[in-house]
Each structure stands twice: as C-alpha cells, then as structure tokens.
Ligand binder design. Sequence first.
Ligand SMILES: CC(C)(COP(=O)(O)OP(=O)(O)OC[C@H]1O[C@@H](n2cnc3c(N)ncnc32)[C@H](O)[C@@H]1OP(=O)(O)O)[C@@H](O)C(=O)NCCC(=O)NCCS
Length: 188
Amino acid sequence: MPACPTLTTERLTLRPFQEDDLDPLFAIMSTPEVRASLHVQDGFSVGDAWRTLSAFAGLWELKGLGQWALVERLTGRFVGRAGLYWRPEPDWPGVEVGWMLDPACWGAGYATEAGTRAVRYGFEELGEGVLFSVILPENTRSQAVARRLGYLPGEERRLSNFPELPHVVWRLDRTGWEAARATDRDGG
Ligand SMILES: CC(C)(COP(=O)(O)OP(=O)(O)OC[C@H]1O[C@@H](n2cnc3c(N)ncnc32)[C@H](O)[C@@H]1OP(=O)(O)O)[C@@H](O)C(=O)NCCC(=O)NCCS
C-alpha cells in the first residue's frame, strides 16, 4: 500500500496529516463558512476534528489513498485539505477527489491547484479510470472547482452516508481529464 507522499505544486505543499494539524483543522472546520458548506453538525468538537484527521491518515494506511494537508509554501501555514477519498457504503460512487480551504484563502485558486494534482495522482499513480466528486447542489464554489478540473455533473441522488440532502455526483474520466489538460496547455 503506498504511503502518503509529499508533493509540491506552484504555491502549496501537499503532505501527510500530522498531529499538530489538529488545532488549525478544528479552527477551519469551525468557521461559519465551512460549517455551512459541509453541514458540520452543531457541537462539532476538537474530538470530532481528531476523528476526521485520524480517518484521513488511516485511509492512506488501509487503502493507499487519501487527503493531504495543504501547506502554503510561502508562509508554512496549514490552509486546508484536498485529495482522494473513499467510503465503504455500496452506493458510494468510487474514488472521490475533494477539497476544503480556510475561508481566508478562498478566491486564490488553491483548491483548483491542489485538486489538479490530486486528480493527476488518481489517474497516474492509482490507475483509476474515473474519479468522482460528491457535491451539494447549493455548493457553487465547489462545483466551480470541479468544473475547472474537467468534471461533468451527473445524477442527483441521496447517499446513505448523508441521506438528509441529495448530492450531485460529478464525474471525470480519462478522456475528460486529457481534454481539460489540453485546454489548460492552450491557455483556455
Ligand atoms: C470549495 C472550496 C475549496 C472552493 O474554494 P475557492 O477558493 O472558491 O476555489 P479555488 O481555490 O479553486 O479558487 C477559485 C477562485 O480563485 C480565483 N483564482 C485566483 N487565482 C487563481 C488561480 N491561479 N487558479 C485558479 N483560480 C484562481 C478564481 O478566479 C476563483 O475566483 P472566484 O471565487 O471569484 O470565482 C471552498 O469554498 C471551501 O473550502 N468550501 C468549504 C468546504 C467545501 O465545501 N468543500 C467541498 C465539499 S463538496
């Protein structure tokens, strides 16, 4: 099982989660913006953040894929997470790419930058044929990231891990990925 690698992009380091990410992760997940977008439950505690962090780290051990902690190269600051995700429920579509940033960093392109690298990892290192992204219809910022990466929206459905609201399952196959990369190279 590949351990979580450390990768770099133009402005970010994507590295394994570590224990001292707990406080900044908790702080980001406690902001009103992130709470609203992710429907973080009332009473979300530092213990809940610890479970989240542990699950991200554990997924790499168990499945050889997972989320990275995102560190701004210029400042060394923890700014969020992005990467791969998987759940065991039968109605979960497959390997997902996801993202979450400190609201102070929204609007700078960091999610797109990290998401681009995570998508490449999914196709090139993991050999996936298709990647998914499960996004609430109201989450327009996340949809915009998916669209920039070449994802297309698919069906809207209720998933058993979050049955309260329907999600749209976005999909990116290799052909779509190649097309998005070509557009990028052409400056489109
Ligand atoms: C979803 C989320 C990560 C998107 O963050 P974001 O900052 O909007 O997305 P990006 O980092 O890709 O930045 C894109 C914005 O930066 C701008 N930008 C600036 N420089 C850029 C660059 N080099 N590359 C791309 N975009 C750039 C874009 O024009 C865009 O601006 P806009 O907001 O005015 O449209 C963020 O809203 C978030 O953390 N939400 C809470 C968690 C969440 O909902 N996660 C997804 C669950 S499905």
